[in-house]
Design a protein around this ligand. Structure first.
Ligand code: PLP
Length: 589
């Protein structure tokens, strides 16, 4: 028998009888942090040492919006040559290699970073999830997660309360993303409608999933992976101005299915679409589900709220808009109130999905699937236990979750985020982002050649179209929407948006200062709504979610966009002169 103490080199004892494997094994003890208090202390020092090298990446406050060096694209070509080395490297060497992989990556905390709903993650979430990784918390059951399970249970309680469900009845499970939440919801819906037997026989009924045209494309992943099939999605048209689900179209569809005795599996309400922040009317959807019940023997259609972006507006439940403690502008306070009212209807839903890695300012992947009635969910979804897992505690979600192993990092991150910010923190972050958005919209209104195209939505996102400097944008855009594909006006101006977006992207990535500044990191959508003629409308897109962005950032952004437009036209990457005569609908300024 070889004892650790005999072979530790630092003991100065080199027992010649010690086999090599034991020697090697002993040195590998250093690879693990949690042997005892001293090794944990070493780990903390190593973590400090690693993290303290990161600032080398961080550009100066006025620097570019990526980490490290500029590059136009990552080069993945030699990755296939990677081989497993015989000898491992030292921790510090591996950390050097790890750090190097972040070279060139976007810097989420930079004020000029505003491409999508991708906030910088907060410290409490990062550190808490690191601890879950360090100590190996696994939410498959209480034995492996112990008190960390409270992070999941308490998150579910806090969030259910926000929604307006009874926290004693509701429940929640952290999962791999908004798409994971949607998959949970779909499986729940299929089982509720088609019966528990469907879990044995498989899905043999072409029930329908009703979701707005603007709903997230995870509707496709989920129906596909769940075996229902993408053909069973029915897209409901959306209101022209608000992009919300058209309730008349929904009712017509439900009445038609009802008369044909085709079951509705689920109606998905999107509580803030990815592009335009459109919110569906949950209460009316609930009434329609009750008005058109599924024919026997099918169960009731499940009302799911895809609230991955919109959920955090619920934190305004406790905000006194009269008093307006945070002194939001009148316009922003109004937007916040409208969002709160729309989100408050989530109480009528059966289930909801929430992303902390979007409007929760937490690290990936951090999403929680919530059910208004957790017992119902568990009764429908429970499987027989496994021979190798014993139920040592009262919390055993592994019996009904999609995952077996479910790392505790997400639960710790979400829970710590709720604690770090509190309602007021969320109010400040969301209201602040809307103040930025509102200021930006004001600037856009002040420039006749640019038009905001999601005026009727109240999220942090601004979508806008930029036209040549002598074109009246608002007028032209109205014409574009009405046009029945008889000119190529829409596609020409779509091309301009795309060229500007491409210019912005290369500017951001080039690391060059142009027009006196580094390129903002913004985004572009190729179809958040359609014209009467069925053409997709492209738009430039910004989401100023950073606490570091300011009115000056918005000023810079606008002048950058105008600069990009002028460069694109001056360099003939886009031209409108040659086919001008074709279109008489545009109005010159
Ligand atoms: C991002 C998004 C999703 C998908 O969520 P992931 O966390 O990326 O899986 C679903 N719905 C909406 C509205 C989204 O914006």
């Amino acid at each position: 028998m070889v004892f650790l103490s005999e072979i530790r080199p630092e003991n100065g004892v080199r027992n010649p009888d010690t086999p090599e494997w034991a020697r090697q094994r002993c040195s590998l003890a250093n690879a693990f942090p949690i042997h005892n208090g001293t090794t944990l202390h070493h780990f903390a020092t190593e973590a400090y040492h690693t993290l303290s090298q990161l600032p080398a990446f961080k550009p100066r406050p006025d620097g570019a919006a990526y980490l490290g060096h500029p590059s136009s694209a990552p080069d993945y070509t030699s990755c296939m040559n990677a081989t497993l080395q015989h000898h491992g490297h030292s921790l510090s060497d591996v950390m050097q290699d790890s750090i190097a992989l972040f070279d060139g990556m976007h810097n989420l905390a930079h004020p000029l970073t505003m491409p999508n709903v991708i906030p910088p993650p907060n410290k409490a979430a990062i550190l808490s999830s690191m601890m879950a990784s360090t100590f190996g918390a696994n939410l498959v059951h209480g034995e492996y997660s112990w008190n960390v399970a409270k992070a999941e249970l308490e998150s579910a309680a806090m969030l259910s309360q926000l929604i307006g469900w009874d926290p004693a009845v509701a429940g929640g499970l952290y999962t791999y993303g908004g798409s994971g939440c949607a998959l949970y919801a779909l499986k729940f819906a299929l089982t509720q409608v088609l019966g528990v037997e469907s879990r044995l026989t498989g899905i043999r009924t072409d029930g329908k999933v009703l979701v707005s045209r603007q709903g997230h494309y995870s509707k496709m992943n989920c129906t596909d992976w769940a075996g229902l099939g993408m053909n069973n999605i029915i897209e409901i048209s959306t209101d022209e101005d608000t992009n919300s689900m058209d309730l008349d179209d929904l009712e017509t569809t439900m009445a038609m299915l009802h008369s044909k005795k085709i079951p509705v599996i689920s109606v998905i309400c999107t509580m803030g679409t990815t592009d335009a922040f459109a919110i569906d009317d949950v209460r009316s959807v609930r009434m329609l589900i009750e008005k058109y019940p599924n024919a026997k023997p099918y169960g009731q259609a499940l009302l799911y709220c895809d609230a991955v972006i919109g959920w955090s507006y619920l934190t305004f439940k406790t905000y006194d808009f009269q008093q307006n403690e945070l002194e939001f502008s009148v316009a922003v306070a109004q937007m916040l109130r409208k969002n709160l009212i729309a989100m408050s209807a989530m109480k009528y839903a059966d289930a909801a999905g929430i992303d902390f890695h979007k409007t929760g300012w937490a690290n990936y992947n951090c999403s929680i699937f919530l059910t208004a009635n957790s017992k119902k969910f568990e009764d429908l979804m429970t499987r027989p236990g496994s021979a190798y897992l014993q139920e040592r505690t009262s919390y055993n979600p592994g019996r009904f979750t999609l995952e077996t192993t479910r790392g505790g990092a997400a639960a710790m991150a979400g829970w710590a985020t709720l604690k770090l910010f509190g309602a007021k923190g969320f109010q400040t972050l969301l209201g602040g982002a809307l103040e930025m958005q509102s200021y930006l919209c004001g600037k856009i209104r002040g420039d006749k050649s640019i038009v905001c195209v999601n005026e009727r939505n109240y999220g942090c996102v601004t979508l806008f179209r930029v036209y040549p400097s002598n074109i009246n944008a608002a007028y032209t855009y109205t014409c574009e929407l009405q046009i029945c594909s008889n000119t190529n006006m829409v596609s020409r101006y779509n091309a301009l948006q795309e060229q500007i977006a491409n210019y912005m992207w290369t500017w951001f990535r080039s690391g060059e200062k142009r027009n006196g500044m580094y390129g903002p990191y913004m985004s572009f959508t190729s179809g958040f709504r359609s014209t009467k003629g069925g053409d997709k409308i492209f738009a430039l897109k910004v989401l100023p979610m950073n606490v570091t962005s300011s009115y000056e950032t918005m000023d810079d952004l606008m002048s950058a966009v105008i600069f990009a437009r002028d460069e694109v036209i001056a360099n003939k990457r886009w031209s409108y002169a040659k086919d001008r005569e074709e279109s008489t609908t545009e109005m010159m300024l």
